[in-house]
Design a protein around this ligand. Structure first.
Ligand SMILES: Cc1cc2nc3c(=O)[nH]c(=O)nc-3n(C[C@H](O)[C@H](O)[C@H](O)COP(=O)(O)OP(=O)(O)OC[C@H]3O[C@@H](n4cnc5c(N)ncnc54)[C@H](O)[C@@H]3O)c2cc1C
Length: 382
């Protein structure tokens, strides 16, 4: 067999690609494996912010841009600030993450980075050929983080909702933000038949990310997200003049489709493309950092690999939630309001982290509106 150009090729140097490259680079087990990391982008801009909750200290603490110990939840007739200890809500800027991990990866002699656009991945009898617009590389295994909605084939079986958002980092002329609390969800905005909320992360008293987010089937014209942000800043934050420092936008799949079906011996999809976005929340970052060690240990294992799939019980809870939102997209604010009125955020975080016991899950579920969930349950059952 002809000599392969690389043992492994990682497509995409985003959250999943960089965490995987780092995990392989620092593990001496892989010191004789040659690895190509390829991305179409130089990753030199702050294209996103990642937030997640965590109990106590964590592996990204050195990279945190901000951390909050309180969150605010607002419904249409209800608003409350919650102390979330022992959790905190943490934020990492994309650019800080990219700089940090590229710096680490530069020091691994077996990992090579190329800025090229991958156009094709073809499996041949003995290897995989990755074509970019500039070159062709052969390898034994590919880890692919390119995501596209066409990866989700069976739209009929599992609903596909999108978490879509546009956010502006704004600077106001005077201090208007409380830097001690992050607005996790503010449903006081018009729902217009969907699940729509504002998300506000204050970094300083005069600087915050204000993001308009929907959990719904279809995207909006860009002007509609922007008009909603503008309206919120002017009429809710009571601020007429401000400067937009940065913009971000995103679209995360919310679906219970089993993405691991797209994997085989030679190509493993990772990150969002691997189905590592939590179906009911779209939170992907922490999940990715939990999946990478499993993936790495599978590479070392001779025997049965550990499953990269979501836990079955939590998969079913997520499925019911998405079924409910899919059949009545306007109900989202009622579900979250009921939950935040009746259950502590610590339990909500624990449940969403899939770390609760069955009795806690029953208590959690009883905090949701019962009829839509019962309907969804029986519809799935029969
Ligand atoms: C703006 C934004 C904010 C988000 N905020 C949060 C958050 O707060 N918390 C959270 O948990 N999740 C968040 N997410 C969701 C998720 O965590 C991120 O999308 C995360 O970056 C997913 O990691 P990934 O590696 O799968 O994809 P990405 O980080 O998007 O990496 C994919 C990489 O592949 C590269 N690529 C794509 N096509 C090609 C090609 N043809 N050739 C070569 N390279 C290619 C891209 O340039 C990119 O660098 C957010 C997403 C976005 C977009």
């Amino acid at each position: 067999m002809a000599k392969l150009d690389y043992d492994y090729i990682i497509i995409g140097a985003g959250a999943a690609g960089l965490l995987l490259a780092d995990a392989l680079g620092k593990d001496t087990y892989f010191k004789n494996k040659t690895i190509l990391l390829v991305d179409k982008d130089a990753k030199k801009s702050n294209d996103r912010t990642w937030c997640f909750w965590e109990r106590g200290k964590g592996e990204f603490d050195g990279l945190l841009h901000k951390e909050w110990n309180n969150i605010v939840f607002s419904g249409q007739d209800f608003s409350k600030s919650y102390a979330i200890a022992p959790y905190s809500y943490k934020m990492v800027r994309g650019l800080d993450f990219y700089i940090h991990y590229f710096e680490k990866i530069k020091n691994y002699p077996n990992i090579n980075f190329k800025q090229e656009t991958v156009s094709d991945v073809v499996k041949t009898s003995g290897n995989v050929i990755v074509s970019t617009q500039e070159n062709q590389y052969s390898c034994q295994k590919v880890f692919d983080s390119r995501f596209h909605y066409s990866m989700i084939p069976n739209k009929g079986k599992y609903p596909v909702i999108q978490q879509h958002f546009v956010g502006w980092v704004i600077k106001t002329p005077s201090p208007i933000f409380n830097v001690d609390e992050a607005t996790y969800m503010d449903f006081s905005v018009p729902q217009k038949g969907n699940t729509r909320f504002m998300y506000v992360l204050p970094f300083k008293e005069d600087v915050a990310l204000v993001e308009y987010t929907l959990f719904s089937e279809h995207l909006l014209p860009k002007t509609e997200y922007e008009a909603a942000i503008k309206d919120y800043i002017e009429n809710h934050l009571n601020c007429d003049s401000y400067e937009i420092l940065e913009r971000e936008q995103g679209n995360i799949p919310m679906t219970c489709f089993d993405f691991t079906k797209n994997n085989d011996e030679r190509v493993t999809c990772i990150g969002t493309a691997g189905g590592w976005a939590k179906p009911s929340t779209g939170y992907t970052f922490m999940n990715t950092s939990k999946k990478i060690p499993l993936l790495v240990s599978n590479l070392k294992l001779e025997g049965q690999p550990q499953s990269l799939k979501q836990d079955k019980r939590f998969w079913f809870y997520d499925l019911l939630f998405l079924d409910v939102l899919h059949s009545n997209n306007a109900i989202g604010h009622k579900i979250f309001t009921r939950l935040f009125k009746s259950r502590p955020p610590q339990l909500i975080f624990k449940f969403l982290d899939e770390e609760t016991h069955l009795w806690e899950e029953i208590y959690y579920i009883l905090g949701c509106p019962k009829i839509p969930f019962l309907k969804a349950f029986f519809k799935r059952l029969f």
